[in-house]
Design a protein around this ligand. Structure first.
Ligand code: ZN
Length: 251
C-alpha cells in the first residue's frame, strides 16, 4: 500500500511541477508577446523597446482625504487605484513608455490652503487638469473602481473616454477589448463617453480614458481587486490596450 501511495504521490508532485512550469511558461510568453516592440540587435542581444518616448499620464483616482468608493467589506477605492497604477507604471516603463504619475503615494493634489472638503476636491481636480496641460501630448489614463448601491451582483470593468479627442474613444475600445477578452468574456461591456459631470475628462484636451476596473459593491470582485495577481491582470489589460493603440498609430 505504501508503495502505491508513494508512486501516486510522486505522480501527483510531478503533475503539479509540470503544471507550475507550464503556467510560468505561458505567463512568460504572454509577457514577451505583450511587450511586442522588442527586436534582436545585430549582436543577437534583445534591443530595448522603443515606444517613441510617448508619455502616459497615469492618474490613480482619489487619494489622501478623498478615499473614493468604499467596498462592501471596507476596501477603500483610493488604495486599489494606487496599487494597480503602480503596477501599470512599472509595466509601461519596462516597455519603453515615459510615465508621469499624478500621485504615487496616498495623497491628494489639493492646494494646501483649502480648508473645506468641497474646496479641496475642486483644487484637487484642477491640479490634475493642470498636469494634463503640462504634458499636452501625454495620454491620460485614470484608474478607478466602481460601486453600485442598488446591486451587489453587478461586476466587470468598463472604460470611459473623453469627448475631446477622437483617439480617446479608439484607445478606450482597445482597452475594453482586452478586459472583455481576458476577464469578462461571458459579459462583455461597451465603452462610454464621459459627460459634463466628470470635470477632468470634460476639460482635458489630451487623449484621455478612465478605467473603472471593477465593482467594489460586488463582494467577490472586491476580494479579487485586493489581490496582487488580479491587480497585475488588470494592469496588463490596460497596458495591452495602450500597446495596441500605440502600434496602430505608428502603422
Ligand atoms: Zn473613483
Amino acid at each position: 500500500m505504501s508503495g502505491v501511495f508513494a508512486v501516486s504521490r510522486i505522480i501527483h508532485i510531478r503533475a503539479r511541477h509540470i503544471f507550475l512550469v507550464f503556467t510560468a511558461s505561458v505567463l512568460a510568453l504572454s509577457f514577451v508577446l505583450a511587450r511586442g516592440n522588442y527586436a534582436l540587435s545585430a549582436s543577437g542581444n534583445v534591443a530595448l523597446p522603443d515606444n517613441g518616448g510617448r508619455v502616459i499620464l497615469i492618474d490613480p483616482g482619489h487619494g489622501g482625504f478623498d478615499g473614493g468608493a468604499v467596498g462592501v467589506n471596507g476596501t477603500i477605492e483610493k488604495d486599489v487605484n494606487l496599487s494597480i497604477s503602480l503596477k501599470l507604471r512599472d509595466i509601461l516603463t519596462d516597455a519603453g513608455f515615459t510615465v508621469v504619475m499624478t500621485r504615487d503615494t496616498d495623497c491628494a493634489l489639493n492646494d494646501s490652503e483649502d480648508t473645506t472638503i468641497r474646496r479641496r476636491k475642486i483644487s484637487d481636480m484642477r491640479n490634475r487638469l493642470n498636469l494634463t496641460k503640462l504634458y499636452p501630448d501625454s495620454v491620460l489614463v485614470s484608474v478607478h473602481q466602481n460601486k453600485l448601491t442598488e446591486s451587489s451582483r453587478v461586476r466587470g470593468a468598463q472604460i470611459f473616454y473623453s469627448p475631446n479627442q477622437p483617439d480617446s474613444k479608439v484607445l478606450a475600445g482597445y482597452i475594453q477589448d482586452e478586459f472583455n477578452g481576458c476577464i469578462q468574456p461571458d459579459k462583455p461591456r461597451e465603452t462610454v463617453k464621459t459627460g459634463k459631470n466628470l470635470y477632468l475628462f470634460y476639460h482635458a484636451q489630451n487623449v484621455a480614458v478612465l478605467c473603472e476596473c471593477g465593482f467594489l459593491s460586488n463582494p467577490d470582485e472586491e476580494a479579487l481587486l485586493c489581490t496582487e495577481a488580479y491587480q497585475y491582470k488588470v494592469a496588463y489589460c490596460i497596458f495591452r490596450g495602450i500597446m495596441k493603440w500605440n502600434e496602430g498609430l505608428s502603422d
